[in-house]
Design a protein around this ligand. Structure first.
Ligand code: NAP
Length: 323
């Protein structure tokens, strides 16, 4: 089981490391923060033996096998490349990088080094999503024709997404979940129409239609207003609704199988969240590392770069450059 180094001591590091403590055999051996006092405070809270403000020192430690990168997204590429160059596997927060090209660069480096790399797309490992995606793949609602998904609240928890200096982006921070769901169920879009609102250099919200020969997805994201936080995937024989918050939820309604089930009383599927919900993803990383895989079959290079490509295309479409 792996020894972890944590890079970044913010909100998500705090929540994920709390879950890591319950993953059998996993151990956090060192934490890096750009301010030593915050790294020390994090280490004290989570019982981590070593705190440092030197990235090189953390990456040089022989008791770190895998590094979790949880700094603002525009720093992910450089930190992940440094970690891989130092011989460490990487789990990088979403979005894995600022563009599809940078995302591919990380996977290229991991492949060259024979190391594991993954974007921390925890939604894919949420047992509810695992079951829903399996039931869709098994044909329970027939061929998928449409998806709707939105994620919007009029606040950003820590302001990170709003800061131009941190390359803030509601699309890449929040819209990514809607794009991911659309892509897992419908595939990659042939054409995109999009509107993105940019305020002081930061995209704070928008919506897009992702269309392909077999269907369409309508997605929306915002950091300035509430949007419905549920999602639905519909097919020839019914539909499945993911209850709020769709990317992190524990309940779905399956409207399929009979007229009664479709219209009156859908089947309720529930998977209660354990801890903060990151455990299943962390266990999947541990399993991949134990078996020597360099990527995970559910969210590896192909899926991650494809989603990043659609995010890039949404920006281009909003600028009138991609139709
Ligand atoms: N999977 C999820 O559920 C989820 C949820 C939220 C966020 N995320 C992702 O996680 C990442 C971090 O988000 P967060 O909410 O944890 O952010 P956060 O609370 O603002 O924390 C970011 C961390 O990075 C450090 N940092 C800030 N600017 C930096 C820079 N330029 N270079 C190096 N380190 C820097 C901060 O240090 P200081 O303390 O010194 O400022 C802090 O330790 C983002 O990529 C985000 O998209 C994922």
């Amino acid at each position: 089981m792996a020894r972890w180094g944590v890079i970044g001591t913010g909100d998500i590091s705090d929540r994920l490391v709390s879950d890591l403590a319950h993953v059998e055999g996993a151990q956090v051996t060192a934490v890096w923060g750009r301010a030593l006092d915050r790294a020390r405070a994090f280490a004290a809270t989570h019982d981590v033996p070593v705190a440092t403000d030197s990235l090189a020192a953390l990456l040089g430690r022989p008791d770190v096998d895998v590094v979790y990168v949880a700094t603002p997204s525009h720093t992910h590429r450089d930190i992940a490349l440094q970690a891989l160059a130092a011989g460490k596997h990487v789990l990088v927060e979403k979005p894995m990088a600022s563009t599809a090209a940078e995302t591919a660069e990380i996977f290229d480096a991991a492949e060259r080094a024979g190391l594991f790399a993954m974007e921390a797309m925890w939604m894919r490992f949420n047992p509810l999503h695992v079951e829903v995606l399996q039931r869709i793949a098994d044909g329970e609602i027939g061929a998928v024709g449409s998806v709707r998904a939105s994620f919007g609240t009029p606040f950003f928890p820590r302001g990170r997404v709003k800061r131009p200096e941190d390359a803030g982006s509601a699309l890449r921070d929040r819209g990514i979940y809607a794009v991911a769901l659309a892509q897992w169920t419908l595939g990659e879009p042939d054409s995109i129409t999009a509107r993105v609102t940019v305020t002081s250099g930061v995209d704070t919200g928008g919506n897009a239609t992702l269309a392909s020969a077999t269907g369409f997805a309508q997605i929306a994201w915002s950091g300035t207003e509430f949007l419905d936080l549920s999602a639905a995937v519909a097919g020839e024989r019914g539909w499945i609704t993911l209850q709020p918050m769709f990317w992190a939820g524990s309940t779905a309604e399956v409207h399929a199988g009979s007229a009664e089930r479709i219209f009156a009383s859908p089947e309720i599927v529930t998977h209660a969240r354990v801890g903060n919900g990151y455990g299943p993803m962390l266990e999947a990383v541990e399993e991949s590392l134990a078996s020597g895989e360099t990527e995970h079959r559910w969210h590896g290079r192909q899926q991650t770069v494809a989603i990043a490509t659609t995010l890039d295309r949404i920006v281009a479409a909003a600028n009138g450059e991609d139709r």
